[in-house]
Design a protein around this ligand. Structure first.
Ligand SMILES: [Zn+2]
Length: 386
């Protein structure tokens, strides 16, 4: 009997170890793959230009996973060593707090959630199990802790003064990388406008309104009703502008985009998206909305995943960039990878030089490449941050 109990205990321990240690890594590696494996090689001309660029990407979800950002990994898309290899000067990190089962592109109810199980399996603190706000705050804490432990290699920037300071010795000359904190959807507000201030105080500056389901703020491009901003949503957008936070329309329903464009007095961004002109799909921008976002002075970050550009290769990314630039001007185009967003992408962050090369091959000028690869993001954040 004692032998049996011992064997049972060992079995339980092995199962627990698998659940808490092995499984999260396997899920991360399985869900954040690449079509082209590193190392990536580019032309001498592209490498020379890339090394003097300020590279900025508008969207990564690395903090959804248990991956240590300061360590190098051979899975997932981003960690600090690989961001440095990619010559990245600024990375936006978004927090994911709730995601419906199946994560359908066309339609999702809001009554299922896969993040609860992931949070428990990854040993997130119990306060995050039942609170979407706590999940966002916990990921913010992890980003700030990673920056504090980075030995000066990464700094979270919350103000234009902090960004200016980092830019003085930013990459590509071996300096610090700036990080900006964002949320995928405002369901962490838990329906309370006061929580805008809590998120601001926790360092959030870029605010996606909806993610894969309709929330208290408005309709998702992947939701059931595809509705516009709710009355609370209109108040929240006003509050975000007062706080000098940046509204992100990625995953927003077309009606929410219409409502925000009618109300916005500051530039808005779409951090990770595709455009209907090169890739039709429920979450990709119509020409009308591209023009509307550009009219605010905003930015459109082009994603590297199939749902955004209808292929898993660099030419498809550059095609969407060319389309957008031709429609509204190159000053509105940016990188919006969606790295680590439970997405398969063309490359990981060490392969960004291939985008520089493809932009050159597509006859963008050096100045235009500088703008798309990060210059536009730098300009807008220096304008919009508090
Ligand atoms: Zn997303």
């Amino acid at each position: 009997m004692r032998k049996f109990l011992f064997a049972l205990a060992v079995l339980v321990l092995v199962a627990a170890a698998a659940f808490f240690f092995y499984l999260p890594k396997r899920i991360d590696a399985g869900m954040n793959g690449v079509a082209m494996k590193p190392p990536y090689t580019a032309s001498d001309r592209a490498r020379a230009l890339h090394q003097r660029l300020f590279v900025a990407d508008l969207h990564d979800d690395a903090f959804l996973w248990s991956r240590d950002l300061l360590e190098r990994h051979d899975y997932g898309h981003v960690d600090l060593p690989r961001l440095e290899d990619g010559s990245v000067g600024l990375q936006v990190f978004a927090t994911v707090t709730k995601s419906p089962r199946g994560q359908n592109f066309d339609s999702n109810p809001s009554d299922t959630d896969t993040i609860t199980a992931l949070a428990i399996a990854q040993r997130w603190p119990p306060r995050t199990w039942n609170s979407l706000l706590e999940r966002a705050l916990y990921q913010s804490e992890r980003l700030h802790a990673a920056a504090a432990a980075s030995g000066g290699r990464m700094q979270v920037v919350h103000t234009r003064a902090e960004l200016s300071d980092v830019l003085k010795d930013a990459r590509p000359v071996g300096g610090r990388m700036a990080a900006v904190l964002a949320t995928e959807g405002l369901h962490p507000l838990e329906g309370r406008i006061e929580n805008v201030d809590r998120m601001y105080d926790a360092g959030f500056r870029i605010m996606g309104l909806t993610h894969f389901f309709d929330n208290e703020i408005g309709g998702s491009a992947h939701g059931l009703t595809k509705g516009g901003l709710t009355p609370l949503g209109k108040q929240v957008v006003k509050r975000l502008e007062e706080k000098k936070m940046i509204v992100d329309l990625a995953h927003a329903s077309p009606r929410v985009i219409d409502d925000v464009l009618a109300q916005a007095t500051r530039p808005v961004i779409v951090s990770h998206t595709g455009v209907q002109g090169t890739c039709p799909g429920p979450r990709n921008l119509s020409d009308k909305h591209i023009r509307g976002i550009a009219a605010t002075g905003g930015l459109i970050g082009i994603g590297y995943f199939n749902g955004a550009v209808c292929a898993l290769d660099i030419p498809a990314i550059v095609k969407a960039m060319r389309y957008t630039a031709d429609l509204v001007g190159v000053q509105h185009v940016a990188l919006g990878s969606d790295f680590d967003g439970a997405t398969r992408t063309a490359i990981d962050t060490t392969g960004l030089v291939l985008i520089t090369q493809a932009l050159l091959d597509a006859h963008f000028t050096d100045d235009e490449v500088v703008a798309i690869m990060g210059g536009n993001v730098r300009r807008l954040l220096l304008q919009l941050l508090p």
